[in-house]
Design a binder for this molecule. Sequence first.
Ligand code: ZN
Length: 200
Amino acid sequence: MKNVTDIKYKILEKISKDEAEKAIATILKYIGEDPNREGLLETPKRVVKAFQEYFSGYLVNPDEFLEKTFGDVEGYDDMVIQKHISIHSHCEHHMAPIVGVAHVAYIPAEKVVGLSKLARVVDAYSRRLQTQERLTMQIANSIYKGLKSHGSAVSIDAEHQCMTTRGVLKENARTVTNYFTGSFRDSENLQKRFLTYIKD
Ligand SMILES: [Zn+2]
């Protein structure tokens, strides 16, 4: 499989900010606007700046957030769950927003990680062009392998604006994806407990 991150890095090197702003001005013209009218003069700059934020996940290695761990967990060996981590991503098919929540759990082996770090992993993968299926797997695998945990579980519940604000226009449609690794994958009981905990 091609490494999505590497592809993006190459593009970032080649395209200057100036070129990116010109491309946005071209799109403004394409939709029937005048990029030279007062209200739009600064828009290409602002859009490119917003894009840098939306897609800042290409510039970070999520595994680094999991490097600093705490060894002393006094024997705690049950699941750690973080619920309702907000997600702001974009679909790779339309670059339309994906907005929702992620619920993340893992079973520590020897080490636990600072709680904010799980949310940072979610953010790092979210701030890229994504499919919800891949996003779910990437977060789960990162927490499984990066933390060397016994297993991880990730559930994402999100709205895809490419189908709520355009296309089929199903404004209440939610997409739910679940992914389990390690001991979660092997145990239906663990999966059930996780899914019960995250239900509100
Ligand atoms: Zn889409």
